[in-house]
Design a protein around this ligand. Structure first.
Ligand code: NAD
Ligand code: ZN
Length: 246
């Protein structure tokens, strides 16, 4: 991390009111949750188009539920890491918003209150027919595919699949347009509309700060790039910020 950059970012934050962070799978990588590997069209051994689309679900709900059941089993004991914690603690100092593509609940578990879960939540189920939904933490599921207790139809995970509308998208854009600082953390910035948010934020005057171990399409427009692991970068940045705010 470049020392000069950190100093400038701390100064910038000291004069900021609204701060937002768009996060992706990379922020949960250090909690032990694998990131998305689209290469080869497989996601943890499953064909992506089959397990992340309505068509795939209609064709083979059992396969889709097996995939989500495995992911839930894997996520069950995972805890928020220092990066999630820092974003939660930042609510004490800023009008702070987390806009996440993750479905793992770790931001909420870390204590963030202002969280937009663009892609839903793997711990919530919803009925494919009626309005029933529930939080469900059973791992592994005793019944696959699970059925709606109200109407008997198939339940599905309340996550956003390809071709579906993301949650709270207007609110996310409103936040991007009104942020002083817009962090982009651990996302490959390939999936739209989430990936558009940093560009919108920049157009409306926010300073964009990317935290990622690799470069992404956002790197081109970022005002600051902090190359490194989200936990390490955010921990040292936050330490410096707290010193400066005392
Ligand atoms: P992605 O897997 O496409 O990209 C991950 C990014 O994180 C990469 O740019 C990588 O360089 C970076 N990264 C990896 N480890 C990092 C670390 N320790 N610190 C900082 N950066 C790190 O993820 P995406 O952009 O979120 O898109 C994937 C899609 O898959 C999303 O739609 C998301 O909903 C879903 N997904 C969610 C989870 C989760 O909920 N935890 C996990 C996997 C995939
Ligand atoms: Zn129902």
């Amino acid at each position: 991390m470049e020392e000069q950059n950190i100093g400038e970012i701390v100064e910038l934050l000291k004069n900021s009111k609204r701060v937002a962070a768009l996060t992706g799978a990379g922020i949960s990588a250090e909690s032990g949750i694998p990131t998305f590997r689209g290469k080869g069209g497989l996601w943890e051994g499953y064909p992506v188009d089959k397990v992340a689309s309505v068509e795939g679900f209609e064709e083979d709900p059992e396969l889709v539920w097996k995939f989500y059941d495995e992911r839930r089993v894997n996520m069950k004991d995972k805890k928020p890491n220092r990066a999630h914690e820092v974003l939660a603690e930042m609510e004490k100092y800023f009008d702070m918003w987390v806009i996440t593509q993750n479905i793992d609940s770790l931001h909420t578990m870390a204590g963030s209150k202002n969280v937009i879960e663009l892609h839903g939540n793997i711990w919530r189920f919803k009925c494919t027919v009626c309005s029933y939904n529930e939080m469900n933490y059973e791992t592994p599921l005793h019944e696959i595919p699970p059925r709606c207790p109200k109407c008997g139809s198939l339940l599905r995970p309340d996550v956003v699949w390809f071709g579906e509308t993301v949650n709270e998208v207007e609110k996310a854009f409103e936040i991007a347009k009104n942020s002083d600082v817009f962090f982009v953390i651990g996302t490959s910035a390939q999936v739209h509309p989430a990936a558009s948010l940093p560009f919108i934020a920049k157009d409306y005057g926010a300073k964009v700060i990317e935290i990622n171990i690799e470069s992404t399409p956002v790197s081109v427009i970022a005002d600051y790039i902090l190359r490194g692991k989200a936990t390490e970068v955010l921990d040292s940045l936050f330490l410096r910020l707290q010193e400066a705010l005392q």
